[in-house]
Structure formats: structure tokens, C-alpha cells
Design a binder for this molecule. Structure first.
Ligand code: GLU
Length: 195
């Protein structure tokens, strides 16, 4: 179980995300990544250290005041770029980072494969990302947050999650069960951290 940071407010998210990930490095990890939302969702991730991630970020300079960052400690799938977080759903609607383990991921993955979903990683986390999107797109929920709540009742295991939906650009969702996650409230801004 590794590191999560999130930011939504009126400042650029990326400096906070990098600083937050550096403060979580002591926990150990094998890869790191960020997502920043600004009309589209920009994802930058890499195997290795936060300094390696910083080099990748410098090439792109992502702008946006909503973002999330993750350091991964692999439980499902090798430490590599494809398995690093954030993960994006098959229809590109949902982006998320996850600490913990989704115990019923194999059953959910089987259902998703039968519905035509394809996977780019070996992780339980990508299954979760697609499961949330699947509930959002196929069920009757108009609001993404309702679909997210329902999807999480169908998931077994421990998780701390930060989630973005392309359809709700000014929102950042956080949810947890068994894994730590705190929300800091500032003036016109919110911070999320797993420690
Ligand atoms: N189970 C997830 C994975 O293997 C999350 C690992 C973590 O908590 O960092 O990607």
C-alpha cells in the first residue's frame, strides 16, 4: 500500500503533487505517476523514482488546478510503466489512483471482458477503473458520483482511491475502505493524502 496525493483549488496542481509524492517516498515504491485535469486529462507515469517522473513532467509541463499523484508498490503485476498509476478506463471517462488490493478483481474482469472491455495492464486497479466506468455508462446513473458510490459497494477488499471523471472536470472524488486517506480543507482548495 503506497502513496496518494490529490489537489483541487485555484493553484497549479503539479507542484503540490510532486512535493507531496516526495514527502511520501519514505514508504518505498516502484513507480510513480500524476494526472492533471484541464478540459482533458493529462497522465504522466513511469517506473522508477519521483525524480524520474519529474523529468517526464518537465517535458510536458501539464497545466491544471485539479490533479492526483501516486507512488505504487506493486501487488498485482510487475513494476513497469503500463502497471503504474494513474489508470484510465477503456472509454477514457475515468482516471484513478489506488492504494490497496481489490480482492474480487478476477470476477469483475471476466464480466468486463464479456462486455468488450480490453486491458492495458495486469493490475487489479485497472479492473476497478473499468468497473466504475462500466457502471457509469451502462446503468441509469446521471451523476458520476452516484455510479461511483454504487460501484464501490460491489468491490471487495481494501482501497484508498482518488478518481477523476472526464464529464465532471471541476471535481475530484476520494473514497476509502481499510486504507488511510485524509482531506485537508484550505481557502478555496482541498488537499488529499494517504498520510
Ligand atoms: N494493487 C495495486 C497495484 O498493484 C495498488 C498497489 C499499491 O497500493 O500501491 O497496482
Amino acid at each position: 500500500m503506497c502513496g496518494i496525493v490529490g489537489y483541487i483549488g485555484n493553484k497549479e496542481a503539479t507542484p503540490f503533487l510532486i512535493g507531496g509524492l516526495k514527502r511520501l517516498e519514505y514508504r518505498g515504491y516502484d513507480s510513480a505517476g500524476i494526472a492533471v485535469q484541464n478540459g482533458k486529462i493529462e497522465i504522466i507515469k513511469t517506473k522508477g523514482k519521483v525524480t524520474d517522473l519529474e523529468e517526464e513532467i518537465a517535458k510536458v509541463s501539464p497545466k491544471g488546478t485539479v490533479g492526483m499523484g501516486h507512488t505504487r508498490w506493486a501487488t498485482h503485476g510487475a513494476p513497469n510503466n503500463a502497471n503504474a498509476h494513474p489508470h484510465v478506463s477503456f472509454h477514457n471517462k475515468v482516471v484513478l489512483i489506488h492504494n490497496g488490493i481489490i480482492e474480487n478483481y478476477a470476477i469483475l474482469k471476466e464480466k468486463l471482458l464479456k462486455s468488450g472491455y480490453e486491458f492495458k495492464s495486469e493490475t487489479d486497479t485497472e479492473v476497478l477503473t473499468n468497473w466504475i466506468e462500466y457502471i457509469y455508462l451502462t446503468d441509469i446513473y446521471d451523476k458520476f458520483e452516484d455510479a461511483l458510490s454504487v460501484a464501490m459497494t460491489q468491490v471487495e477488499g481494501a482501497f484508498g482511491l482518488v478518481v477523476m471523471c472526464l464529464d465532471t472536470p471541476k471535481k475530484l472524488y476520494a473514497t476509502r475502505r481499510g486504507s488511510p486517506l485524509v482531506v485537508g480543507v484550505g481557502k478555496g482548495e482541498y488537499f488529499i493524502a494517504s498520510d
